[in-house]
Structures are given as C-alpha cells and as structure tokens.
Write a new protein. Structure first.
Ligand code: AMP
Ligand code: MG
Length: 445
C-alpha cells in the first residue's frame, strides 16, 4: 500500500509533489531500521526533496501596507500611475526655456516667479528671458524645459547670470521616466522589503494582497528537558532548542508559531500531538528523538498517522539523522536534539521548504564568500557546517574565518560566540588556510 493511500482527501492547502511522494518511505518498523543504515544523501539532494514536497499556502489576505513589512506578495502588481506623476525639478535652481536662449553666454535672465515642492507655478504669461526660481521636486512650470543648478549661476538682485546653458531636459525628472502606467512592478513570491514597500507607497497603495502567514508548529521532544525557570532534577537539562528556534522564527515576518512545548519520549504522547498538528499548522518542526535509539520515538509516532519520509539521513555534520516528510497534508521536519544540529538543520534543510510554503521565490540560505583562517581535516563525502568567528577582512572585504568549538558539535558556547556558519564542502578532505568557503551570517541585521 502506498504511503499516501487513505489521506488523499486531506491534500487541500498543501498537496505534495506526486513524484517525490511516490519515492517516500512509508513508516513501517522494517523501513525505519533499514533507513538508519548508510551515510545519507547529499545536503543539496535533501534540500531539493524537502522543497519538492512543500506546497505554498493558498489563502490570500489584504492587509495595510504599513503592516506588510517582510510579507509575501500574493500576485502581480502593475503600475496604476506613472512615476514621477509630473515633470519636476531634480535640483534646487532656476527653470528656464532653452529655446529662448541662444548665441554666446553668459545669459542674463530676470527671475519671474517661484515654485517650491508641492506648489505649481503655471509658467504662462512670463516673458521669454525669464527664469523661475525652483526647488527639488517642484513641478516644472509649463513651457519650461531645463533647470540651471543654483551653483551654476550667479544671482544679482532679481536677475541671474548663467555661464553655461543646460541642455533641454537637463535636471528635469520627466513624468513616467521611472515607471510607466501598467508597468509590472513586482510579482507573486516577492518579499515586501522596505524598498519595495516604498515603490507601492509611491503608487498610492495603502493595502496589499499577501499570502497568509505560514503556521509553524514546534515541539521539543525529550524526557530530560525542562524549560528555563523550572527546577532541574538529576539527569535533566534545560530546553535550549525551544527558545532558539522560536527566536529564528520570530525573525520571519511571514510566519507564526504554534508552540506545543516539551513532549516526553513516549510514542503515545508524540502521536497525539502529531495527530493534532495538521489541524493547526502548515508545517511541524520537532527537535530530538530522530536517531536510531530505542528512546527515539518521533519516527514511529509519525507512522501512527500514516506519515511518510523523503529524507531519512543526510551526509552532513551536525544533523545527520534529520527527517523530512509529511504528516497528512503538512510538512514534517524532525530535527536532531543537539542544539547545534537543530540550528544547522533548521536553517539548511527545513527553512528552504518552509520558505517554499510561505510562497517565497528565493528559498536558499544567503551564502557569501569567506576565507578559511584555519586548517581542518574532514571526511570525504560529508558536508560539515561549523561555527566560525570573523577575525578580519582581506583587501576585497571578504571575511577571514576562525573555526570555533573544534570537534564538539554539541557546544552551546561555540555557537553563541559564532558570527556565522561556514560550509565545508563534501568533496574536500583538507581545509587549508586561504581556501574560499561559503559563509552564512548568524546575525539578524
Ligand atoms: P536526541 O536527538 O534526542 O538524541 O538528542 C541529542 C542530544 O541533544 C541529547 O544530549 C539531548 O539531551 C540533547 N537535546 C535534545 N533536545 C534538546 C533541547 N531541546 N535542548 C537542549 N538539548 C537537547
Ligand atoms: Mg532524545
């Protein structure tokens, strides 16, 4: 029986990609045991599989432009008005009519009026050798076709002396030169960054249609976990992942969190939450309990709800046991419990799929180029993500990286000191000083 049989009717907002789900692993005991063997699939394949099963939210909402920062545009927007809406001065200076000035300079003109931004000087009725005092953003008086910068003329009483004649159109911003009416301004999946909001505001829009926020469920699994503020018993540790992942999500203006708190390592408790999550979330993120140990119940609890996995093991460190799949209609991302592994797998594997659900066009991490300032030996075929600190810059501004917490992927301290994460590629065994690496900043702004 296929992994999907029985829940086809649930595929409304998030119908998974058929081809990918046909390769999904139904969660039987034998499959799960088999899936934990081997080295795992390459990181980029894991990301592609996760993105392929993610389905973009369908619901659209109209919200005030003032509240739209970072949201995802639902559809194309065409220009309703041209920009600028009228010919206007690009400088503080004097509007002139070039046709009325010929021969050799300097030219002497009388100043016959004044136009500040927001005012309209008709320009009609003025004498040929007249200039109009004009300020940046003011509408060009009709018939006037150039602006002499105030720095390029000499004012003597109510007259100006112009040494160099501007070309026709010089220092004038023409109606429609930036945006023509009906121009495509932006499209579905564009994120409403501040500069894009500026363009929409320039069109006079006070509301905008965006995709509704992605609802991200979050479960911290682990019987050893206590939340900060609670007393800590022997053998227990504080829950670091919950606040860390919530913090990463709070930087996502297109997402909202459904926090289930801590669930102990019991199949029935996990299964209950997994059964409930599809009613409230578009994606469920869990941390912990995805390794092959007998106290790792996440995968078998998923099986209780006909869940299926497309990613069972990834050739990466940290984060090898990360699981990606579906519970009914929603995406499932089972991150390992070690906080560094949770951070890396959330950003590298889960986030591209979640960004796809959000409807964003750009889904991958923001890599920049940096330079290794350390040496390190690693295993061939495995991608490693290591915490790094920027110790300086080369002459072209590229960061020079120092690796932190060498060897201990469980160090909270190393990650907290890190400026970012460096990716050590699978085809390299020996990282030498000077090697170019991909670097992702961990600072939010
Ligand atoms: P697991 O993935 O459940 O095998 O957990 C791996 C390691 O991460 C164990 O040492 C756990 O105690 C630890 N761990 C799991 N969840 C959390 C969490 N939410 N916060 C801090 N450490 C955790
Ligand atoms: Mg555990």
């Amino acid at each position: 029986m296929s992994a999907q049989a029985g829940f086809d009717h649930l595929f409304h907002t998030l119908a998974p990609n058929r081809a990918d789900m046909e390769n999904a692993v139904p969660l039987t005991n034998e499959n799960c045991a088999a899936a934990t063997e081997g080295r795992g699939i390459p990181v980029d394949i894991a990301v592609a599989k996760a993105v392929a099963i993610a389905r973009t939210v369908a619901e659209i909402e109209r919200i005030p432009l003032m509240d739209a920062a970072g949201r995802v545009l639902a559809g194309e927007i065409n220009a309703a008005i041209e920009l600028p809406p009228f010919d206007n001065s690009a400088m503080d200076g004097y509007a002139i009519r070039t046709a009325h000035l010929s021969g050799a300079g300097p030219w002497e003109l009388s100043v016959g009026g004044r136009a500040a931004a927001g005012e309209v000087h008709a320009g009609r009725g003025s004498r040929p050798k007249e200039a109009i005092r004009i300020f940046t953003g003011a509408a060009m008086p009709s018939g006037f076709d150039a602006v002499v910068m105030q720095e390029h003329c000499e004012r003597v009483g109510d007259r100006i002396l112009v040494a160099r004649l501007p070309r026709r159109g010089e220092n004038v911003r023409h109606a429609g030169e930036d945006v023509r009416a009906w121009n495509l301004l932006m499209g579905a999946g564009d994120q409403l960054l501040p500069q894009r909001l500026a363009l929409l505001a320039g069109q006079g829009l006070d509301t905008v249609e965006v995709l509704r926020k992605v609802r991200i469920g979050l479960i911290s699994t682990g019987s050893e976990l206590r939340d900060p503020g609670e007393p800590l018993g022997r053998g227990q540790i504080y829950n670091s992942n919950r606040v860390m992942i919530r913090a990463m999500m709070s930087g996502l203006p297109w997402a909202e969190i459904v926090d289930y708190g801590i669930i102990p390592d019991r199949r029935d408790a996990l299964a209950e939450a997994f059964g409930e999550a599809p009613r409230r979330c578009d994606v469920l993120v869990t941390t912990g309990g995805v390794s092959a140990g007998e106290e790792d119940h996440v995968v078998s609890a998923l099986g209780c709800h006909g869940g299926s996995l497309v990613v069972l093991k990834v050739a990466m460190r940290p984060g090898k046991p990360v699981k990606i799949g579906m519970i009914g209609p929603i995406l499932f991302a089972g991150l390992p419990g070690n906080p560094n592994a949770a951070l890396v797998t959330f950003r590298q594997i889960a986030l591209p799929a979640i960004r796809t659900i959000a409807g964003l066009r750009r889904v991958g991490p923001d890599w920049s180029t940096a330079i290794a300032g350390f040496t390190y030996e690693k295993r061939l075929g495995r991608t490693e993500f290591v915490p790094v600190r920027i110790t300086g810059r080369d002459e072209s501004g590229r960061p020079l990286l120092e690796m932190l917490g060498r060897g201990s992927s469980a160090s909270l301290m190393a990650m907290s000191l890190a400026d970012g994460i460096a990716m050590l590629p699978p085809d390299v065994v020996s990282i030498e000083r000077g090697l170019l690496l991909s670097f992702e900043s961990l600072s939010s702004n």
